[in-house]
Write a protein that binds this ligand. Structure first.
Ligand code: AMP
Length: 994
C-alpha cells in the first residue's frame, strides 16, 4: 500500500462519493445561498498560498456530477501555514451570514510514520470589503471566525473497516456592514479535504397566512423580531389588520389578524376562489359557498344570492339560505253553519302551503243579489262589500285558526264569503292568489231586543213611553208588544198592549203605584227577545180634601220630611266620600272588585298579572295614578333604563308637599309593544305597598314623554353603592340592608309575585341605607338585564343569579327567588364582588350542577354563609322561605355578637368554589373548637338564649330550643342537634371519628 498521506487522502476522497449528497440539492426555503462550491462546475478560482499548500481537485459524486474540492495534507513537514481564500462574496441584504463546511479530516494516528507535526484542525477566517480586491491578500487583515475540528475522522463499518467520515460544521458571522467579504481557510499541518463550502443567509420566505400575503423578509441580526404587515389576497378584505413577526432564524411567528373572502368567494388553498355555478355566498367570511336552496338557481360563478325560479319568491327578511316559496293554494272543505243571522265558517288547511309556515287566513264578506238581466228570469249576481257593522270573531284578517264566526248579518240575505290563505310571499304574486268561496243565505231571524225605553210623561193614572227600534230588526217590524203589571203583584196578573209605532200611553193605572214593563218587537219571523224590565211609578193621588189648617201641617210635615231626606242624603254623600278616600288608600282592597277571572279571597292580596288584561292600558290605569306632567320637574339624568333615561326630579301634587322622585322616560319612536312593556312595570309596581319595595307615585300616559314616576333612591343601585364603599359598613348595617331586601321579598312572595331577576343591581338604596326591591316587569325584566344570557331552551336568564331548575326548566318560583337572594347575600357580604368572578356562564352552570357553591366572602359571619348555602340547596323545597330568612336576620340583629364568628376563608384561593359535600361536616374537637368550627350558627352567642351549663345540657338541646334562638330552618337544626349529639358522645366515649 502507498503510504503517502496525500495519495491516501485522494483514495479516501473517491470513497466520499458514497457520502456526498446527490445533486440537485434542495436547501430549506428560508436559506438564501451567497456561495455554493458544489454548484460550480468549473474551477472555483480561489487563491491558494503558498502554491504547495491547498490544491484544487476535481472529483465526481455518485451521479458522476463533477465537484470541486480543496485538499491539503502536508503532515510530514514542519511549520505549515497554507491559506486558501475564496472569491469576493457580495453580501446582498444579509446581516448575519452562515458558513457551512463539509470536509474530511484524517486523524493523525491513522497516518503511519508521521512525525510530531500532524494537526487535526484548520482555521476559518473572514475579511469584509466593499469591492473585489483582486488576488492579493494580507493574512493579518483577516479575522478568525473559529478553529474547525472534525467531529469524527473515521467511522467503523460492520466489517470492522474504518472509512472516512464527512463532517459538516456551520458557523455564523455578523453583523456584516460592508458590501461583501472573503472567507479564508488556514491549514497549519492537517490532512484535510474541503469537500464543499456553502455561504448563506436566512430569510422569512414569502408566505400566505389567514388569507394575508407576507413578502420575503430578511431578519435583523439583533435579537428583535421584525414586524411585517400582510396584505389581503385577491377578493378578500381585512377583518383585523394581518401582521406577523419574522424571527432571526427566518421563521414566521405569531400571526395576528386575518382577511375574509368577499361575498361570492370561498377559501380554497389559501386563496379566495369564486363560488361555482349552483352555489352562492352572500356574506364576507371564510365559510364555504352554499348550495342554492330549493327552487332557486345561480347560473354564474361568484353568485352572492340565488335567484328564485319562475313563480317562486323570497319575502323581505327571508334569509338567503331559505328556499324560494310561493303563495299557498286555496283553503279546502269550507263548511258553513248558519244560526239565524250569524254563520260559523270552518275550512281545512290548503293542500300546498307554498313551502312556508307563516300561513294566515283572510275572510272577505260580500252581499250578493240576483239581478234580472233585461227582463229574463236567469239573472246574474251583483255583489257589494258587506256593511261595516258585520262582526268577525276573532277577526277577518290574519287568522291563524281555520274558523271564524261572522255575526250581525242581515236576516234572510245572501252572502258570499271568500276565504284566502296567505303567506309571506302572497303580496309578491297577486296573480297567483287563490281563494275558496262559499255562499250562504241567512235565516229569517226575530228582531233584537228593544234596548232603550224612555218615560215621557206621568200622571196619576197614565204614563207615556217611547223607545228606539231594535238595533237589528231583521225584517219589517209589524208591531211591538207592551206587557206591564203592578210591581207588587209579581206578574201574577198583567196587561198586554200592542203598538205599531215606538211610543204608547198606558191609561187606567193606579195612582202612586210602581209598575214593571217589558217591550218586544214582532216581525214576520216572530217575536224578538223582551227588553230589560223597565220600572215607572204613577203620580200620587191629590184628590183627597184637607182643611187649610191641616194643609199647613201637611206642608210643614212634607217640608220637614224633605229637609230630613236632604240631610240624610248629604250625610250619606259625605260619609261615602270619606269611606272612598280611606278605601283608596288601600289599593289592594279596591282590587277586590276587579274582573278578569282572578280569584281573590278577602283579606289576602294577590298580584294580578297585567298580561291577563285584554287591554294592558286598562291595567296601568287600574293600578297607577295618572299624573299631570305639569306637576313634575325634571332635574338631571341619573341612569339609563332599557326604554330611555332615568332622571331625578320633583313631584308637586296639589295640596301636597313637594317630594323627590325618580322619573323613567320612554324615549321617542317607540312601538306599541315597547309602550306596553314600559308601562307594565308601573302596572306591577302599582300593586305593591311595602317599605322595601320601590313605591310608584304615578304615570304620565296622556302626554309625551310617557313617564313612570317613583320615589327617589339617593344612593342608586346596591351593587355599585357597595363597590363604592368597600369595607365601610358594620356587620349590623349589612345585615340591616339584607333584612330589608328579605322583607320586601317576603311581601312579594306572599302576593304570589315571582321576581325572577333578584340581584344587587336591581335593589335601590336610599339615603337612610334602606334597600328596596325594584325592576319589575314581565318578560322584559330579563330582556333588559345586561347579565341575562340566552339558555339552550331559548329564554334569557341571568345565569349567575338563577336557581338550577329555573335555568334548566324555566321553573321560576319564590324558591328560585330564594336562591337569587342567597347570591345577593353573597354580593352584599363581598361588597359588590361579581358572583363566580370571571368564570364563563357555561362553567358556572356546570360547577353549580356538580354541587360546587360560592365560598364565603372575606370576614363573612358563619351564620350568613350557612344561610347562603341553605338558599343554594339543590332541592328547592329545602331552601328557606323568605319569612324564615327575615326571622333569622332579625335574631342576628338582636344578637350582634353572633356576627363575630366568621366562616374560615383565610386559606382559600380566591377563585375556588367549595364542594358542598366536603365542606359541610364540622370537625369535633374541644368544646371551643366545636363552637368555632360550627358554621351552622354563631353558637357561642346564639346559645346565650338557651340556658345550658355543661355539654350534657347542650346535648339535650332539642330543635324546639333551637327555634327559640332563631334557628328555624330544618337543615341547620338537624345539623346542630346531630353535632351536639356527636359532641356528647365525644365527651363520654372519647373522640368521634370524623
Ligand atoms: P332601571 O331601568 O330600573 O334598571 O334603572 C336604571 C338606573 O337608574 C338604575 O341602575 C339606577 O341607577 C337609576 N334609578 C332607577 N330608579 C331609581 C330610583 N327610584 N331612584 C334613584 N335612581 C334610580
Amino acid at each position: 500500500m502507498d503510504c503517502n498521506p496525500r495519495s491516501l487522502l485522494f483514495v479516501l476522497l473517491l470513497l466520499l462519493s458514497c457520502v456526498i449528497p446527490a445533486f440537485p440539492v434542495f436547501y430549506p426555503p428560508n436559506e438564501v445561498n451567497l456561495l455554493d462550491s458544489k454548484a460550480s462546475q468549473g474551477e472555483l478560482g480561489w487563491i491558494s498560498y503558498p502554491s504547495h499548500g491547498w490544491e484544487e481537485i476535481s472529483g465526481v459524486d455518485e451521479h458522476y456530477t463533477p465537484i470541486r474540492t480543496f485538499q491539503v495534507c502536508n503532515v510530514m513537514d514542519y511549520s505549515q501555514n497554507n491559506w486558501l481564500r475564496t472569491n469576493w462574496i457580495p453580501r446582498q441584504s444579509a446581516q448575519k451570514i452562515y458558513v457551512e463546511l463539509k470536509f474530511t479530516l484524517r486523524d493523525c494516528n491513522s497516518i503511519p510514520l508521521v512525525l510530531g507535526t500532524c494537526k487535526e484542525t484548520f482555521n476559518l477566517l473572514y475579511l469584509e470589503a466593499d469591492d473585489d480586491q483582486g488576488s492579493h491578500f494580507q493574512e493579518h487583515q483577516f479575522s478568525k471566525i473559529d478553529t474547525i475540528a472534525a467531529d469524527e475522522s473515521f467511522t467503523q463499518t460492520d466489517l470492522g473497516d474504518r472509512i472516512l467520515k464527512l463532517n459538516t460544521e456551520v458557523r455564523e458571522v455578523g453583523p456584516m456592514t460592508k458590501k461583501g467579504f472573503y472567507l479564508a481557510f488556514q491549514d497549519v499541518g492537517a490532512c484535510v479535504a474541503l469537500v464543499s463550502v456553502r455561504v448563506y443567509f436566512k430569510k422569512c420566505p414569502h408566505t400566505v397566512r389567514n388569507l394575508a400575503s407576507f413578502p420575503d423578509t430578511v431578519p435583523m441580526d439583533s435579537q428583535s423580531l421584525v414586524e411585517v404587515k400582510g396584505s389581503c389576497v385577491n377578493h378578500s378584505k381585512e377583518e383585523e389588520p394581518p401582521r406577523m413577526y419574522c424571527s432571526t432564524e427566518g421563521e414566521w411567528l405569531v400571526p395576528i389578524g386575518k382577511c375574509l373572502c368577499n361575498p361570492g368567494y370561498e377559501e380554497r388553498s389559501s386563496t379566495c376562489q369564486t363560488c361555482r355555478a349552483g352555489f352562492y355566498k352572500s356574506t364576507l367570511g371564510n365559510m364555504e359557498c352554499s348550495k342554492c336552496p330549493p327552487h332557486s338557481f345561480a347560473h354564474h360563478e361568484g353568485s352572492l344570492h340565488c335567484g328564485c325560479e319562475k313563480n317562486y319568491f323570497r319575502a323581505e327578511g327571508d334569509p338567503a339560505s331559505m328556499a324560494c316559496t310561493r303563495p299557498p293554494s286555496a283553503p279546502r272543505n269550507v263548511i258553513s253553519s248558519i244560526n239565524e243571522t250569524s254563520v260559523i265558517l270552518e275550512w281545512s288547511w290548503p293542500e300546498d302551503t307554498g313551502g312556508r309556515r307563516d300561513i294566515t287566513f283572510t275572510v272577505l264578506c260580500k252581499r250578493c243579489r240576483a239581478v234580472a238581466a233585461n227582463g229574463s228570469s236567469s239573472g246574474t249576481q251583483r255583489c257589494e262589500p258587506c256593511r261595516s257593522n258585520v262582526r268577525f270573531l276573532p277577526r277577518a284578517m290574519g287568522l291563524h285558526n281555520t274558523t271564524v264566526t261572522v255575526g250581525d248579518l242581515l236576516a234572510h240575505t245572501n252572502y258570499t264569503f271568500e276565504i284566502e290563505a296567505q303567506n309571506g310571499v302572497s303580496s309578491l304574486a297577486p296573480k297567483m292568489r287563490q281563494y275558496a268561496a262559499v255562499t250562504i243565505t241567512t235565516n229569517q231571524a226575530a228582531p233584537s231586543p228593544v234596548a232603550v225605553i224612555k218615560k215621557e210623561k206621568t200622571t196619576r193614572s197614565s204614563v207615556s213611553l217611547s223607545w228606539q227600534e231594535p238595533e237589528r230588526p231583521n225584517g219589517i217590524i209589524l208591531d211591538y208588544e207592551i206587557k206591564y203589571y203592578e210591581k207588587e203583584e209579581q206578574e201574577t196578573s198583567y196587561t198586554i198592549l200592542r203598538a205599531r209605532g215606538c211610543n204608547v200611553t198606558l191609561n187606567g193605572l193606579k195612582p202612586n203605584t210602581a209598575y214593571l214593563l217589558q217591550i218586544r218587537a214582532r216581525t214576520a219571523a216572530g217575536y224578538g227577545a223582551s227588553s230589560p224590565t223597565f220600572q215607572f211609578e204613577t203620580s200620587p193621588d191629590s184628590a183627597f180634601s184637607i182643611s187649610s189648617e191641616s194643609s199647613q201641617v201637611v206642608l210643614i210635615a212634607i217640608s220637614s220630611a224633605v229637609a230630613i231626606i236632604l240631610l240624610t242624603v248629604l250625610l250619606y254623600v259625605l260619609i261615602s266620600r270619606f269611606c272612598c278616600r280611606s278605601k283608596s288608600k288601600h289599593p289592594d282592597e279596591k282590587r277586590l272588585h276587579f274582573g278578569n277571572g282572578h280569584l281573590r279571597l278577602p283579606g289576602i292580596r294577590t298580584y294580578v298579572d297585567p298580561h291577563t288584561y285584554e287591554d294592558p292600558s286598562q291595567a296601568v290605569h287600574e293600578f297607577a295614578k295618572e299624573l299631570d306632567a305639569s306637576c313634575i320637574a325634571i332635574d338631571k339624568v341619573v341612569g339609563a333604563g332599557e326604554f330611555g333615561e332615568v332622571c331625578s326630579g320633583r313631584l308637586k301634587l296639589p295640596s301636597k308637599k313637594e317630594i323627590c322622585v325618580a322619573i323613567k322616560t320612554l324615549k321617542g319612536g317607540y312601538t306599541d309593544k315597547q309602550r306596553r312593556d314600559f308601562l307594565s312595570e308601573a302596572s306591577i309596581m302599582g300593586q305593591f305597598d311595602h317599605p322595601n319595595i320601590i313605591r310608584l307615585e304615578g304615570v304620565v300616559t296622556r302626554s309625551k314623554p310617557v313617564m313612570i314616576v317613583t320615589e327617589y333612591m339617593e344612593n342608586g343601585s346596591l351593587d355599585s353603592f357597595l363597590r363604592k364603599h368597600d369595607a365601610q359598613f358594620t356587620g349590623i348595617q349589612l345585615v340591616g340592608m339584607l333584612r330589608g331586601i328579605a322583607s320586601g321579598m317576603k311581601y312579594l312572595s306572599d302576593m304570589g309575585y315571582v321576581h325572577r331577576d333578584l340581584a344587587a343591581r336591581n335593589i335601590l338604596v336610599n339615603s337612610n341605607l334602606v334597600c328596596k326591591v325594584s325592576d319589575f316587569g314581565l318578560s322584559r325584566v330579563l330582556e333588559d338585564d345586561p347579565e341575562a344570557a340566552y339558555t339552550t331552551r331559548g329564554g334569557k336568564i341571568p345565569i349567575r343569579w338563577t336557581a338550577p331548575e329555573a335555568i334548566a326548566y324555566r321553573k321560576f318560583t319564590s324558591a328560585s327567588d330564594a336562591w337569587s337572594y342567597g347570591i345577593v347575600l353573597w354580593e352584599v357580604m363581598s361588597y359588590g364582588e361579581r358572583p363566580y368572578w370571571e368564570m364563563s356562564n357555561q362553567d358556572v352552570i356546570k360547577a353549580v350542577d356538580e354541587g360546587y357553591r360560592l365560598p364565603p366572602p372575606m370576614d363573612c359571619p358563619a351564620t350568613l354563609y350557612q344561610l347562603m348555602l341553605d338558599c343554594w340547596q339543590k332541592e328547592r323545597n329545602n331552601r328557606p322561605k323568605f319569612e324564615q330568612i327575615v326571622s333569622i336576620l332579625d335574631k342576628l340583629i338582636r344578637n350582634p355578637g353572633s356576627l363575630k364568628i366568621t366562616a374560615n376563608t383565610t386559606s382559600r384561593p380566591a377563585n375556588l368554589l367549595l364542594d358542598r359535600s366536603s365542606s359541610e361536616v364540622p370537625s369535633v374537637g374541644t368544646m371551643g373548637d366545636w363552637m368555632d368550627g360550627m358554621r351552622t350558627l354563631p353558637c357561642k352567642e346564639a346559645f346565650s338564649g338557651v340556658s345550658y351549663s355543661s355539654c350534657d345540657t347542650l346535648a339535650k338541646t332539642s330543635t324546639e330550643d333551637l327555634k327559640k334562638v332563631g334557628v328555624t330552618i330544618v337543615g341547620p337544626q338537624k345539623k346542630i342537634v346531630s353535632s351536639l349529639k356527636a359532641l356528647d358522645s365525644h365527651n363520654k366515649n372519647g373522640p368521634v371519628p370524623v
